[in-house]
Design a binder for this molecule. Structure first.
Ligand SMILES: [Cu+2]
Length: 313
């Protein structure tokens, strides 16, 4: 019995300690992950650091408050002969302390958080821009100025499993509902600006490893930026309930080194380039020009202009 009670306590304490022990994890969220991920961009690391600062401040406050309660309850209990102080009204010194300390803590957290937030919204000096448009239920990506654009929707495999109503096997399909047909290829070590909008209802573009999510709203263009440090595949999802297939419009970002990105971009451009014009045929014999007809005075002899209008029409 006593061993059982001890095990219960140990399990309880371990469960409480887990959020503190769970340090930054891999780029993409994992099953049963408790702490937020550190991500792969400067912004995501900023967000992680602001979060950890707040978390540790909360941990210290929690230990102090619950520790004081525990001391009060165990040391000054009735069975030990403690007598309540019925004349106690207030202590000016204590009131000053518990007003000033939280204010100092809030300011200490607000300063780094605000400066990081301002950086997050500074999309200046971006080296390239990708326009993201949300649709029910897929994403469209346009590499502005590059003549490269495509849509990205749930991959066929996930869709088949979904339609079959079979229970998906996580081991066999680790990226069930998190794969797409066309991934968004981006260069690493590049400041990339996103302009994000939607064509029907509100969606939200969210890749946790990049450290932010941004609403995609019809008629409004929102901005965001990223600078991915590590090559890799980062997955995300629509983060705004947008209709019946909201859960089936994942996002896959493939970050590759700059040179590889340039190769990919060139191959995409080649796909989109208009078919080369056929080789010019041998010039045909010019038709015999009709004999000049004398034009009556005042009429328009400009047959070229008439022909041009006819072609244009
Ligand atoms: Cu959506």
């Amino acid at each position: 019995m006593k061993v059982g009670r001890f095990k219960q306590w140990a399990a309880g304490i371990a469960a409480m300690a887990l959020p503190v022990l769970a340090f930054a994890q891999a780029a993409d969220p994992k099953r049963w992950q408790l702490n937020m991920g550190k991500g792969v961009t400067a912004q995501s690391v900023n967000a992680y650091e602001a979060h950890m600062l707040a978390l540790w401040i909360c941990v210290v406050i929690g230990i102090l408050v619950f520790g004081a309660m525990a001391v009060a309850m165990f040391k000054f209990r009735h069975s030990k002969g403690a007598v309540p102080d019925k004349d106690f009204t207030h202590s000016t010194r204590l009131e000053i302390i518990w007003t000033v300390v939280p204010v100092v803590l809030l300011v200490a957290m607000a300063f780094p958080a605000t400066s990081k937030l301002i950086k997050m919204y500074d999309t200046r000096n971006a080296e390239m821009t990708v326009k993201v448009t949300g649709y029910q239920w897929m994403w469209k990506y346009e590499y502005l100025g590059e003549n490269v654009a495509f849509t990205s929707r749930l991959d066929r495999k996930s869709d088949e499993i979904r339609q079959s109503k079979a229970i998906p096997d996580a081991a066999q399909n680790p990226h069930y509902l998190l794969d797409v047909d066309n991934v968004l290829v981006l260069p690493t070590e590049t400041k990339i600006r996103f302009v994000i909008t939607a064509d029907d209802v509100i969606h939200a573009w969210w890749v946790p490893a990049l450290g932010w999510k941004q609403d995609a709203i019809p008629g409004i263009v929102n901005e965001a930026w990223t600078d991915i440090k590590e090559p890799g595949i980062y997955r995300g999802q629509c983060a705004e309930l947008c209709g019946k297939d909201h859960g089936f419009m994942p996002i896959v970002v493939k970050a590759v080194p700059k040179a590889e990105y340039q190769q990919w971009l060139a191959s995409e451009k080649a796909k989109n380039a208009p078919a080369p014009a056929p080789a010019p045929a041998a010039p045909a014999e010019p038709a015999a020009a009709p004999a000049e007809q004398p034009q009556p005075e005042g009429t328009t002899p400009n047959t070229e202009a008439v022909a041009a209008v006819a072609v244009a029409g």
